[in-house]
Design a protein around this ligand. Structure first.
Ligand SMILES: Nc1ncnc2c1ncn2[C@@H]1O[C@H](COP(=O)(O)OP(=O)(O)OP(=O)(O)O)[C@@H](O)[C@H]1O
Ligand SMILES: [Mg+2]
Length: 421
């Protein structure tokens, strides 16, 4: 009875197909009919597609198997007709695609789709229904189902399955690539942060060594030379002492300059003083006029924010000296509205977007990383009339001890430690 039903359906859905084909399909021991033998080696070369078929009608399941057999798509189909069985098979993780009927006894294909979503399983999901209305089909697609196919168009089944698998694979690969990209960006940002911290520490160490070692030795030599100068009578010796003293003075000045550049002690006098000192040196070296505007003479910011602002001003000025033919520079420093803003503007020729992507340019990139480390950001705007580098750092942030939250936390921490001691 079922056999007659199936062969009848096959003739209905695949007109012209000899019933012999159906009968040989229904008898697994029988040899494959001639039209199925063609391309069989191709099929055997490929891994079969594992299909989970959610269907309550044996006839429709047989139709699916027949359509797949005709289409040369190597496949293995497992039939389930209850939500529990569906879930169990799905969790086995061995399927490449789900084919689901829409109307099932007591539930729908969309209820089964919800199960797939709840389990967080990524699998192509095709609704295969005899009577899915347009609204239901659109709704299904909206809810993320891969595709739908009417049972009347069964000859397109293998095509729809292959396309759904392809689309899902592409989506998975894209998601994996996006994840890898995000992870690699994160690693890069961590590396940049680590490098910045190491550079600052190394600078401070070198400055200390220059001060203690070279500075100390030069000062001792100076004392000895002065002694020689006081005790020598010979005019030639005195002349040599004078020249040596001059060179020594030069070396002391150079070591002091290097120390200042590495870790300017002026930073201890506050951001405004440090930026003024930086601008003074820049004016002397380049001859460009620097105008500083500030919201007040003392801008109180946490030490790490101050260092970021100082290095930003330093790199912006170095870039102006290196890359522009500017004649004037404006520096604006303000801490209005709870945000520290440092803006360095030149009247040079401006820069192109490509300049910011140069492979071997790390100055502005490094500034962005530094800014992000203190929860701030860097903007670079440019026109043919000049370039502005703008650093903004919100002062109400975990980096700012004035932040009520962080102040409370710090107090709490101190209190906890006190208790512990
Ligand atoms: N004020 C400016 N005016 C015009 N062009 C600029 C200015 N600042 C930067 N540029 C351009 O932007 C590019 C990138 O600057 P960035 O500071 O990142 O790198 P760099 O100065 O070339 O090298 P690095 O800072 O790593 O030694 C520069 O090479 C330059 O072409
Ligand atoms: Mg630079």
């Amino acid at each position: 009875m079922l056999y007659r039903q199936i062969t009848g359906q096959i003739q209905h859905h695949f007109p012209g197909c000899p019933v012999a084909v159906a009968s040989c399909w229904s008898d697994p021991a029988a040899p494959a009919p001639p039209n199925l033998q063609a391309g069989m080696s191709e099929i055997l070369d490929k891994r079969p597609v594992h299909i989970l078929h959610l269907e309550d009608s044996r006839v429709d399941h047989a139709l699916v198997k027949f359509a797949l057999q005709r289409s040369k798509l190597p496949s293995e189909v497992v039939l389930v007709d209850t939500l529990d069985d569906f879930k169990r098979e799905l969790l086995s993780g061995r399927f490449d695609v789900v084919l689901a009927d829409y109307h099932l006894p007591g539930f729908t294909g969309m209820d089964a789709w919800d199960v797939v979503r709840e389990l967080g399983i990524e699998i192509p999901y095709v609704i295969l229904s005899g009577a899915i209305g347009e609204t239901a089909a659109v709704d299904a697609m909206h809810r993320g189902v891969s595709d739908y196919l009417l049972k009347d168009s069964m000859h397109r089944l293998s095509h729809v399955i292959e396309r759904a698998i392809e689309v899902s694979q592409t989506r998975r690969e894209r998601a994996r690539a996006a994840e890898e990209l995000a992870a690699s960006r994160k690693r890069l940002a961590e590396l940049a942060e680590h490098l910045q911290t190491s550079i600052e520490q190394e600078r401070a160490n070198i400055a200390r060594e220059i001060h203690d070692d070279i500075g100390g030795s030069l000062a001792a030599v100076k004392l000895d030379l002065a002694w020689v100068g006081r005790h020598a009578q010979d005019g030639h010796v005195l002349q040599h002492v004078a020249t040596a003293m001059e060179m020594l003075q030069h070396a002391l000045g150079a070591s002091q300059r290097i120390m200042m550049n590495l870790r300017p002690p002026i930073l201890d006098q506050g951001l405004v003083a440090a930026v003024q000192w930086l601008a003074g040196g820049f004016e002397r070296r380049t001859g460009m006029r620097v105008t500083i505007r500030r919201s007040s003479d003392q801008i109180e910011v946490p030490m790490d924010v101050q260092l970021v602002a100082y290095r930003t001003a330093q790199e912006a000025l170095t870039n102006i000296a290196k890359h522009t033919k500017a004649t004037a520079v404006d520096i604006d420093l303000s801490d209005g509205e709870g945000v520290l803003t440092l803006e360095v503007t030149d009247n040079g020729q401006g820069l192109s977007p490509e300049a910011l992507r140069k492979a071997e340019s790390f100055g502005l990139l490094g500034l962005r990383e530094r800014a992000a480390k203190v929860d701030g950001w860097l903007d670079v705007s440019s026109s043919s009339k000049g370039t502005s580098v703008i650093l903004s750092v919100p002062l109400i942030s975990p980096h700012n001890p004035n932040n009520p939250d962080s102040a409370a936390n710090a107090a709490e921490e101190a209190h906890d430690q006190g208790d512990f001691v």
